[in-house]
Design a protein around this ligand. Sequence first.
Ligand SMILES: Cc1ncc(COP(=O)(O)O)c(C=O)c1O
Length: 396
Amino acid sequence: MSKKLETKLVTAGRNKKWTHGVVNPPVQRASTVVFNTVAEKNAATIKRQGHTLFYGRRGTETHFSFQEAMVDVEGGAGCALYPCGAAAITNTILAFVEHGDHILMVDTCYEPTRDFCNIILKKMGIETTYYDPMIGEGIRELIRPNTKILFTESPGSYTMEVQDIPTLSKIAHEQDIIVMIDNTWGAGVNFSPFEFGVDISIQAATKYIVGHSDVMLGTSVANEKYWPQLREQSYLMGQCISPDDAYTGLRGLRTLGVRLKQHDTNALAVAKWLEQRPEVDHIRHPAFETCPGHEFYKRDFTGGNGLFSFVLKTSNKEATTALLDTVEHFSMGYSWGGFESLILANEPSTFDTMRTVANPHFTGTLVRVHIGLENVEDLIEDLARGLEAYNAVLNR
Ligand SMILES: Cc1ncc(COP(=O)(O)O)c(C=O)c1O
């Protein structure tokens, strides 16, 4: 029977085995699972691959339901759960590398991912080469005999470059290199990683899956080839989450589609308004031609969300402060994907440390906004007030 995305989001993981006939699975809390016979105990112990109750750390029915739901929605063969997106990224990488390996990391990765490579992987004798998100075929030249992982994040953090994932995956697979993506922006619904050759898709479910800014959660969905290793290594690293958080992730999935559509509509309206403003140099939203990789967005994505950036013509810290302090519907906060609007600013010098090979060398301030579910006219009016305050400082 046909199951399009919206239907999948409603039905995913609602196996009667986990829901016991009600709509949502009960929150099953457990450390100890008890067995009455040796045969039952032995069967549960060896069934590491199946969703069998064995020990709280290996998950309960609430976890199994969420794990199955993630696979239903994103594709792949299995989903490992982590206490946050950063843990999902680091543990997924760690599951596949050893001393002497080399990884290729996109230069526009989430900053803590870079820190993990520079500090933890380096300490373990694993070398990282950063590559330009727009490198395409050029990735070939960076591959070494010991390259294990090609890590992508599309669009990139802050600067929003969209990567040519099919080309990168094809080249990586010629050398049996594992392709990973930080798919948090795509949220598992606007970009289908496995259709474009990705092997493992990681999400900070903290963002849109949870969607209400109140839970930390990470997911890593792997294909058939890599799921057994990811599952085993994550288990050995003691990675697990509370059943309440699994429940919240599952509940978030139900409204993910409609929330994303509204975030997208609101964000496009705000971005179009900003594009006309004299203070704005250009828009960094994948749906705009001024965003690097816009052509890949049009080809590979089915929609957007609330997160994008715009670059101002000037860099003036005092004026930027006036903008940030004046807006009322936009608060400053790092973790996006909730229902509320957010704003952050980066002066051009920030990219001197955040980038090694793809510094955009902006002359003006980059402002990243997360457009929430408020009324879009209120948001635009608020930004107009903010820009007035910005101009007042500039024209002083
Ligand atoms: C693209 C991206 N990946 C990963 C993370 C990390 O997620 P978490 O905060 O759940 O550790 C973030 C958080 O901001 C992010 O923006």
